[in-house]
Design a protein around this ligand. Structure first.
Ligand code: SF4
Length: 251
């Protein structure tokens, strides 16, 4: 059992690993920065969107544009703020021109998301839109059929209630989607008030190895005369640049 301070320290380690991530060569070349996620590192409620857009890429914070303002507003309507939740995306880097994430990029990045879930330990995860819903359910069923219905799934080794929602960006332009998103949001406090789902049993520890019977030791070779050593030039390692930890203040 780890404390929340230990889990936050481990989350910081995952962030430090992700911020120089080269796994998607095109995204690593074109991004301004990795947008790891922001909010309460011990949140009961986590949101997972699609990928950073231009503003997120510039500021290093998820959901800072018009869709982010709508998300803030909907959170406020159910008595929550960003400080109560953790917000992340399926991809941590902006796809150029805001194109859709590619399957290989989603696969590359999903390990960071799983580790975020494992360390933040949310009780409820709201997927926002199709990409995160399909990834975390491991199923191609679309958001139109699934929104507003919670189900218990094991994600990142944790049992959580997954609650798919329309992406706020889609609701910005369609009044009926906004009404639906608002109605789905209104059920969040009741979902959060439920007892947390029972956690899966941890895997059994491996059986102890049976020691092999000792073999007779081979005869030792005669000692060698030591060769005189050439003096070598002392290697001075380069001093690393101080890291930019601005995003760490966000969780
Ligand atoms: S999208 Fe994810 S996996 Fe791909 S380069 Fe960025 S951090 Fe790495």
């Amino acid at each position: 059992m780890t404390t929340k301070e230990e889990r936050r320290a481990q989350l910081t380690g995952v962030y430090r690993e992700a911020r120089g991530c080269p796994r998607c060569p095109e995204l690593a070349r074109t991004r301004t920065q990795v947008v790891f996620g922001a909010g309460n590192a011990d949140a009961d409620l986590m949101f997972v969107g699609e990928a950073p857009g231009a503003k997120e890429d510039e500021q290093g914070i998820p959901f800072v544009g018009a869709a982010g303002k709508l998300l803030d507003q909907l959170l406020g309507e159910v008595g929550l703020s960003r400080g109560d939740v953790f917000i992340a995306n399926v991809l941590k880097c902006r796809p150029p021109g805001n194109r859709d994430p590619l399957p290989g990029e989603i696969e590359n990045c999903s390990d960071y998301l799983m580790r975020q879930v494992e360390l933040i330990q949310p009780r409820v995860i709201c997927t926002l839109g199709n990409f995160s819903t399909k990834l975390l359910r491991g199923d191609p069923t679309g958001i139109s059929r699934l929104h507003g219905h919670a189900e218990i799934l094991v994600i990142g080794g944790r049992a959580v209630r997954l609650y798919p929602l329309f992406h706020p960006a889609a609701a910005l332009y369609t009044r009926s989607l906004l009404d639906t998103l608002r109605a789905d949001f209104a059920r969040l406090p009741a979902l959060l008030a439920l007892d947390p789902p029972a956690q899966p049993e941890p895997p059994a520890p491996p059986e102890p190895a049976v020691p092999e019977p000792a073999l007779a030791a081979p005869e030792a070779p005669p000692p060698l005369e030591p060769e005189p050593l050439e003096p070598v030039e002392r290697y001075e390692p380069p001093v690393p640049e101080p890291p930019d930890d601005r995003q760490l203040g966000l969780f």
